[in-house]
Structure formats: structure tokens, C-alpha cells
Design a protein around this ligand. Structure first.
Ligand SMILES: Cc1cc2nc3c(=O)[nH]c(=O)nc-3n(C[C@H](O)[C@H](O)[C@H](O)COP(=O)(O)O)c2cc1C
Length: 201
């Protein structure tokens, strides 16, 4: 199997998705992948961010680079993470995805391995609908969708979401060890599938 390139691209306002992104990246690296982690550009007005100390702190301390279209073109496997917003992806991530028309038209995203992950404050507040909405982009791109599945007993017995890693943050609680383990497994699986699809030395 060749060494795949994995890009983990996320939006996070208060840090939960960012933590999940790091665990997913660690799983991909464990599988031998070359991994980059990127956040999408913030588009919310400064006043809205300043009104939420956790949001402001995340912006002030964020160290991951801003995602570009070149990052997507570079990768063999892509993982997209977003907080659930009214049952769907955050507009910041959607805005970035809406700039992929040129890549889509050229076929550059076809046959890449793609997967999604999310967090919501409630168990029934839209975890699956958010992942499925993100996955719609992959159908249009012609990508190979990589679900988390119940392949690993950890998902079957503990976290339970085969659509993708997820975390119920309640009143802002950061992802626990079980959720981060599901992210790690998702990164591992993504890298394994991308490795089989790609042809790098
Ligand atoms: C505008 C807005 C909309 C949200 N919509 C939902 C929702 O539909 N369902 C839900 O359970 N949580 C919802 N949440 C909560 C976030 O999904 C949750 O706090 C998440 O863990 C934040 O992730 P982050 O720390 O990476 O930003 C919403 C939060 C905001 C600010």
C-alpha cells in the first residue's frame, strides 16, 4: 500500500471540532499517511465572536493554517469536520466547500476518499443530518465516501455512530476519550482506504 496524503479540514468556533480533527489526524498518521490539518476561514462578524469568550479565545489561539483549494487538490483523502448548526454544517465550512466548483469541474476531487465528522450539543440535535449533508458534496464530486461503520468494536460497543465520529457537547464539554478514539479510528480507516486508491511511491 502506498503512503497516502490526508487533509483534515474543519470549522470550529469553540474548539470541540478542532480537538476531534487532531485525533482524526493522529489516526491517519498512524496508518502511515502524510497529514495536514487546516481550518476554514472565519466569516462571522467580530462583534458576534467577541460576545462569546470561548469563541474569541479559540480565534485568538488557533494555530492551524487556513484551508485552501490547493490543500484539497493535494490530498488523496479528505476529512471534513463541523459543529452541527441547526441540524446542518456551519456556514463557514459550507462557504469554503462552495468554492470547489473549479476542482469539481476539472474532476480533481473524483475518486478521492472522503469522510465527515461533527459535534452537537444534544444527542438528537442533528449529528447524522449534518454528516449526511456534508456527504452530499462528495456525491457531486464523484468521491468515494468512507463511513466510520461498525468495523471497529469501539464504535459498535461505545460511541455507536457509524456515519462518522461525533460528540454530544451538552453545555460545551470538550470531547471525551471515547469520542476522540472514534475520531482516531476514522482517520486510520480514511488513510487505509485512501492508500488503496492512491498511487504515490
Ligand atoms: C448557531 C448555533 C447553532 C447550533 N445548532 C445546533 C443544533 O442544531 N443541534 C445541536 O445539538 N447543537 C447545536 N449547536 C451547538 C454546537 O453544535 C455545539 O456546541 C458544538 O459542540 C460546537 O462545536 P465547536 O466547539 O467545534 O464550535 C449550535 C450552536 C450554535 C452556535
Amino acid at each position: 500500500m502506498s503512503s497516502p496524503r490526508i487533509a483534515v479540514v474543519y470549522y470550529s468556533a469553540t474548539g470541540n471540532v478542532a480537538s476531534m480533527a487532531r485525533s482524526l489526524a493522529s489516526g491517519a498518521a498512524e496508518a502511515g499517511a502524510e497529514v495536514i490539518v487546516r481550518r476554514v476561514a472565519e466569516t462571522a462578524p467580530a462583534e458576534a465572536i467577541a460576545a462569546n469568550p470561548r469563541w474569541q479565545q479559540f480565534i485568538d489561539t488557533a494555530s492551524d493554517g487556513i484551508a485552501t483549494l490547493d490543500d484539497l487538490a493535494w490530498a488523496d483523502g479528505l476529512a471534513f469536520g463541523t459543529p452541527t448548526r441547526f441540524g446542518g454544517p456551519a456556514s463557514q465550512l459550507k462557504a469554503f466547500l462552495d468554492t470547489t466548483g473549479g476542482l469539481w469541474f476539472s474532476g480533481a476531487l473524483a475518486s478521492k476518499a472522503c469522510t465527515s465528522f461533527t459535534t452537537a450539543s444534544t444527542a438528537h440535535g442533528g449529528l447524522e443530518s449534518t454528516i449526511l449533508a456534508l456527504n452530499n458534496h462528495f456525491y457531486h464530486w464523484g468521491s468515494i465516501i468512507v463511513p466510520l461503520g461498525y468495523v471497529d468494536p469501539h464504535v459498535a460497543r461505545i460511541t455507536g455512530n457509524p456515519y462518522g465520529a461525533s460528540w454530544v457537547s451538552r453545555s460545551g464539554t470538550p470531547p471525551d476519550a471515547a469520542a476522540l478514539e472514534a475520531c482516531r479510528l476514522q482517520g486510520l480507516r480514511l488513510a487505509q482506504v485512501a492508500g488503496r486508491l492512491s498511487a504515490h511511491e
